[in-house]
Design a protein around this ligand. Structure first.
Ligand code: ADP
Length: 304
């Protein structure tokens, strides 16, 4: 199996369902409470694993009960324990989420141990990196750590994928290390000030990214690079909750590219993974298996 290396965040998510979101200083009585595993790094690592890749995930947990819980969860999902580093001084990352009846949410993240992953620890993963085919990173870690991972992957000739979420300003020095940049619409706008995905992509290419794929929710994705400037329509689904669709897209894209599939085929595969995730509730629980993704690609025509 081709190897995908993911360097990223892991959190425990605490979610309270409410009728309406609280205003500043207000307490609202909620309904159900859910605890789940999150963090874009963990979600995308598991998405790539379920899509069929052999995954090495480098992340940093605390030595607290949450850290132990996440270690058990990740190893059960087929992620090797060697990349799950520990920090004894900082609690494991958590996200506090309130979500209302319409699906609108408010989220506060305490990155905790995620913020303690260091450039040296990334550099120490050099031999592992050498065995990989694709690197997938997001922006829930300190930017120097993300940059070090991209630079190391480039040295080992891996294909590099940066999902710029949450969006922070990115210099050309960082973007030049990126083979495939995958903002969603909001992130593309935040990075460039452009509403139109093709215009935003053009700016990001000019700043140094080699290819840009803007994900557009139920409208699919837009690819722009030196040759292409084209839409990839979404698979039409009965969507009920798009949480995690972007993570599914990125994990599946990394898996397909690590398998050496052409980019257009990889985008269709990723669109299928995103679409399936939107038909199920939750983030990680909604991530589709390889069988489900292949089945949708075989039986449905995107956009129809
Ligand atoms: P994010 O979760 O980061 O905001 P998007 O909402 O753009 O990302 O979704 C990522 C991908 O998931 C899209 O490019 C698309 O392929 C798929 N997707 C998301 N929502 C739907 C939907 N309602 N119907 C079909 N596909 C969807």
């Amino acid at each position: 199996m081709p190897k995908v290396i993911v360097v990223g965040s892991t959190n425990v998510d605490y979610t309270v369902a409410v009728d309406r979101l609280p205003a500043a200083g207000e307490t609202v009585l909620g309904r159900e409470f859910y605890q789940s595993v999150g963090g874009k790094g963990a979600n995308q690592a598991i998405a790539a694993r379920r899509a069929g890749a052999d995954v090495f995930f480098l992340t940093k947990l605390g030595t607290d009960a949450n850290g132990r819980l996440l270690e058990r969860h990740l190893t059960r999902m087929g992620i090797p324990g060697a990349g799950l580093l520990r920090d004894a001084e900082t609690p494991t990352g958590v996200a506090l989420i309130v979500v209302d009846r319409s699906g609108m949410n408010q989220i506060a993240v305490a990155p905790g141990s995620n913020w303690r992953l260091t450039v040296e620890e990334v550099d120490r993963a050099s031999t592992l990196m050498a065995g990989g085919r694709a690197l997938l990173v997001q922006l829930e870690l300190p930017l120097p750590v993300v940059t070090a991972a991209l630079a190391l992957a480039k040295r080992h000739r891996l294909m590099t994928i940066l999902n710029p979420a949450p969006a922070v300003p990115l210099s050309s020095d960082v973007l030049k290390l990126v083979d495939v940049l995958t903002p969603n619409e909001g992130e593309a706008r935040a990075l460039t000030g452009q509403d139109d995905p093709a215009d935003a992509a053009q700016i990001l290419l000019a700043r140094g990214a080699r290819r840009v794929i803007v994900t557009l929710g139920s409208r699919g994705a837009w690819l722009r690079d030196a040759q292409a400037n084209q839409a990839f329509p979404a698979f039409r689904m009965e969507a009920i909750d798009s949480t995690g669709a972007g993570d599914a897209f990125n994990g599946a894209l990394a898996c397909a590219l690590a398998e050496g599939r052409p980019l257009d085929e990889a985008i269709v595969f990723a669109n299928a993974a995103g679409a399936l995730t939107a038909t199920r509730r939750g983030a990680q629980d909604a991530l589709p298996s390889r069988r489900d993704i292949d089945e949708l690609c075989r039986t449905a025509i995107p956009g129809t």
